[in-house]
Design a binder for this molecule. Structure first.
Ligand code: BGC
Length: 337
């Protein structure tokens, strides 16, 4: 009985100690993180990586998820600002209205990192993302090489997300010249509200009906929307018969690629992006200069100092090499069926 109490009291001491160490919390640099959603795998990964990195480096990271709601994001960021954060890492739901968040943070002397998505029309301090025009170029080059003529469904992401415009711009560099020549016929050209898979599915169903199922290729801006389109194709017995792009290297997409239902995806290593954001946040909090922000992206107001990582096209030929060997996805998960 005595030893039971001894073990119990030792466990309590250990727990209290661990709790004190948890997250590198108390006393660490306070950083706010505002993400648009946790409904998509990629944003879950960003959050996990940043929390891990913050813990390792003793940053007190305060996380808020805005559920694709601009008003909620503003209110949550105001709350973070009130908590005395030194730096805000902000992935905006709405690129334009989020400028108000940047202004409010600046009024309190808080620096803002525009994370993955650019905040437009404001003096945001730094932008950390991937080369997003390149993401679109990888999609456009891939699909036009495979399907140089025929009926195309062209979907873009959320009109509120500046990235969606950049992805489209990159892809259209390849699709438009062929459409101008009359080789490609764009039978649908639509934005997908909030990047919702169900919305993409609906659009794909409409395109199939309007064209009596004669669709030769689909530009889907990310894996979520590709998944929606593939459901619509499957309902017509066309899954795997119509080449379709994607982005994010989600597990579900990797499975579809190996089954032949999705043609490609674009891998953006969120582990690198997340780690970079925490590293930069620490530097900014300490007032250090960011030598690595050696390029700029214009946000309609200023040339924002930027750090842009490189995306990689993935199909069934290099999936194992790029996604599994790098530890991003597990072999047993991708090949479980
Ligand atoms: C991100 C993509 C993501 C999409 C939908 C974009 O801003 O760059 O990786 O698929 O938002 O969340």
């Amino acid at each position: 009985m005595k030893s039971f109490w001894k073990v119990l009291s030792l466990s309590v001491v250990a727990l209290v100690f661990l709790a004190g160490c948890g997250g590198g919390k108390k006393g660490g640099i306070k950083v706010g993180l505002s993400l648009p959603t946790q409904r998509e795998e990629r944003w879950v990964r960003d959050k996990i990586k940043m929390e891990e990195e913050a813990k390792k480096l003793g940053v007190d990271l305060k996380v808020q998820i805005s559920d694709n709601d601009a008003q909620k994001q503003l209110a949550q960021c105001e709350n973070l600002i009130a908590q005395g954060i030194k730096v805000l890492i902000l992935a905006p739901h709405d690129a334009n209205s989020a400028a108000a968040i940047v202004e409010k943070a600046h009024k309190e002397g808080i620096k803002v990192i525009s994370y993955d998505r650019l905040v437009m029309d404001c003096n945001v301090d730094v932008y950390i993302s991937f080369d997003n025009v390149k993401v679109g170029e990888l999609q456009g080059a891939y699909i036009t090489k495979l399907v140089p003529k025929g009926n195309y469904v062209v979907l873009a992401g959320a009109p509120t997300d500046n990235n969606a415009k950049l992805f489209r711009e990159g892809a259209m560099k390849y699709i438009k010249p062929l459409a101008d020549k009359g080789q490609i016929k764009i039978v649908m050209d639509q934005w997908v509200k909030d990047w919702q898979p169900a919305e993409a599915q609906k659009l794909m169903e409409q395109a199939l009906t309007a064209n009596k199922n004669k669709i030769d290729a689909v530009l889907a801006p990310n894996d979520g929307t590709a998944g929606g389109c593939i459901q619509a194709l499957a309902a017509q017995g066309l899954a795997g018969k119509v080449p379709i792009t994607g982005q994010d290297a989600e597990l579900a997409a990797a499975i579809r690629i190996m089954k032949g239902e999705q043609t490609m995806t674009v891998f953006k290593d969120t582990r690198l992006l997340g780690a970079k954001a925490i590293e930069v946040a620490i530097k900014m909090a300490k007032g250090e200069t960011l030598t690595e922000a050696n390029q700029t992206v214009n946000n309609n107001k200023i040339d924002v100092p930027s750090i842009l990582l490189t995306p990689i096209a993935v199909d069934k030929n290099n999936l194992e090499e790029v996604l599994i060997k790098s530890g991003y996805l597990k072999k047993e998960d991708v090949f479980k069926n």
